[in-house]
Design a protein around this ligand. Structure first.
Ligand SMILES: Cc1cc2nc3c(=O)[nH]c(=O)nc-3n(C[C@H](O)[C@H](O)[C@H](O)COP(=O)(O)OP(=O)(O)OC[C@H]3O[C@@H](n4cnc5c(N)ncnc54)[C@H](O)[C@@H]3O)c2cc1C
Length: 511
């Protein structure tokens, strides 16, 4: 983009309001895109020193590595600056009734499925051989599932930056990440303005300037990264007319986040835990210095005190609490993320509850999409429509995937679980798809919406089979051919196990 011819319609200034993950991730991305060779676009980030960031958002999906790598961040530095650990996937606990022996139901959603195919692929071979009676799906198709049981991480000492022996994401301190990105962003030439926006000036359906306690700031394009309040975008189009709530489908609208002291005797787990409780679920995320936990719950059924109490009981009373925060969540997204010359990115644009840790992924996806759409100061409405359509599709896709985790439950112990078991009806087409997946496998073509969602058929199958939703396939299994698939899996597994390093040891050598 560095060599665009100068003309009047070229974007020359972008003001980003908000200095949380969305503000800084977008600023770094656009700065890299427009200014990597010469300074073409002035990028400013206005952040209130008096309004804190949300400060949660500690787990990522694996593709966030490509963002950090593309931004030129040194991975070891990133890990150290954010007290990060690695994430091989998510262990879902208690999302179904207990097992026959009374133990808690568990399944693991990793970032990989081994692609091994003969007549059938490994996933269908496992079904046709009725392996689910002896072996969990995740153990059968994913090597990460074996790594976590032995406390092994996704990288070893020889792994190159952002590469592992299996795909991986991170657990990181969200506040430290924003601070680190501030440092990197300012060094890269982003103008950092510490001021509070007090008014937004609208001129012919566009933002002309934002007024702050330290003066006014004009720009060609404004990006609203002010969090749930959507300070800029809501001025151009009222929240009432522009908001689509997902609360019918996803009723968890509150969270209590509790940081606890890390027990000396334990080493950080290389995976996130998501344990279903009475009216929602609890996350447990290990950083190198503390454990982040929280309860995402239905605020129509539990008070803040009840939720906090239930979470603490679940964690065990011996835990030393470092910090507790109660959060109201607006679950849904805007119809128009881009109105006039303003684009809402991050929580101001939408939020899907954090079950699959998609917040940072959505910011990355939005910034990239903006990069291909923001081609001039006054793009035609059709370009804005394209951006809005893709963003809407992305949120719908993601909503569907998250609802799947709830609606397959057989839990009936509380009203909450009885109701969420019906939640597929609030996702267009999902009931039909789930019915179809009782008689055929879920495949890519069942999902291809053409949007940015990172969850494909492999991920859907991990949830479907993890929650015992198996298709009945009246097909012949060629047991001999399938054995070759399992042998290849075992070969890859032993190769990975031999190459793997303890998660704790990898983190320790970073110091
Ligand atoms: C309970 C919970 C758990 C989550 N877990 C995850 C997770 O595991 N993984 C994940 O990827 N995501 C997660 N998320 C989402 C993640 O937290 C957000 O996507 C991410 O932090 C982006 O927030 P933001 O930057 O949009 O908003 P915020 O962090 O709220 O930042 C808003 C910014 O706007 C500024 N601001 C506000 N008003 C003004 C003003 N008047 N003038 C100037 N500046 C102003 C503030 O100072 C601040 O800098 C979670 C979210 C919640 C609620």
């Amino acid at each position: 983009m560095g060599s665009i011819n100068m003309n009047d319609n070229q974007v020359k200034s972008i003001a980003i309001v908000g200095g949380g993950s969305s503000g800084w991730m977008t600023a770094l991305y656009l700065n890299k895109l427009y200014n990597h060779t010469t300074q073409n676009v002035e990028i400013s980030l206005i952040e209130s020193p008096n309004v804190p960031t949300i400060g949660v958002g500690e787990a990522t999906v694996h593709s966030i590595r490509y963002y950090f790598a593309a931004m030129g961040l040194d991975e070891k530095e990133l890990l150290k600056e954010t007290n990060a650990t690695f994430k091989n996937g998510i262990l879902f606990r208690n999302w179904m009734k207990p097992n026959q022996d009374g133990s808690m139901h568990e399944y693991f959603h990793s970032f990989e499925q081994q692609n091994i195919a003969n007549i059938h692929d490994i996933s269908s071979a496992w079904l046709l051989d009725k392996k689910h009676n002896q072996q969990s799906y995740d153990d059968a198709v994913s090597v990460s599932s074996h790594l976590i049981k032995k406390g092994l991480g996704p990288k070893n000492i020889n792994s190159r930056p952002y590469e592992g022996i299996v795909p991986y994401g991170y657990h990181l301190d969200a506040i430290k990440m924003a601070a680190y990105m501030t440092k990197v962003g300012v060094k890269a030439g982003i103008k950092h303005i510490k001021a509070t926006v007090t008014d937004v000036e609208i001129v012919n359906g566009n933002i002309g300037a934002v007024h702050t306690n330290l003066g006014s700031h004009a720009a060609d394009v404004f990006i609203d990264c002010t969090g749930f309040k959507g300070l800029l975008i809501n001025k151009l189009k009222s929240r009432e007319s522009n908001w689509q709530s997902f609360e019918q489908a996803l009723p968890c609208n509150k969270a209590v986040a509790v940081q606890v002291e890390y027990p000396d005797s334990e080493s950080p787990k290389p995976y996130t835990e998501a344990t279903a409780l009475s009216n929602g679920w609890a996350w447990e995320i290990d950083l190198v210095n503390r454990r982040g936990t929280g309860y995402v719950y239905d605020g129509n059924r539990l008070t803040e005190e009840q939720a906090q109490q239930e979470l603490l009981e679940y964690l065990g009373q011996d835990k030393k609490v470092l910090k507790t925060v109660h959060i109201d969540m607006q679950v849904g997204c805007l119809k128009e993320f881009w109105v006039g010359n303003c684009i809402a990115i991050g929580l101001s644009g939408g939020f899907i509850e954090p079950l699959e840790s998609t917040g940072l992924h959505l910011i990355n996806a939005s910034a990239r999409l903006l990069g291909t759409h923001l081609t001039s100061k006054q793009v035609p409405q059709s370009v804005r429509d394209s951006y809005n359509t893709i963003m809407n599709g992305t949120y719908e896709d993601l909503k569907q995937f998250i609802v799947l985790h709830y609606c397959l439950t057989d839990r009936d112990d509380t009203e909450f679980w009885r109701e969420v078991a019906q939640s597929a009806k609030y996702c267009t087409g999902l009931e039909q798809k789930i019915a179809t997946w009782k008689s055929k496998v879920c495949e890519y073509m069942d999902l291809a919406g053409g949007y940015i969602t990172m969850f494909s058929d492999e991920n859907y199958r991990a949830i479907l089979y993890g929650m015992k939703h198996y298709p009945e396939l009246h097909l012949n299994a060629d047991k001999e051919e399938n054995k070759k698939i399992y042998a290849e899996f075992d070969r890859r597994l032993s190769q990975v196990m031999n190459a793997a390093m303890s998660h704790q040891d990898y983190l320790a050598q970073l110091k």
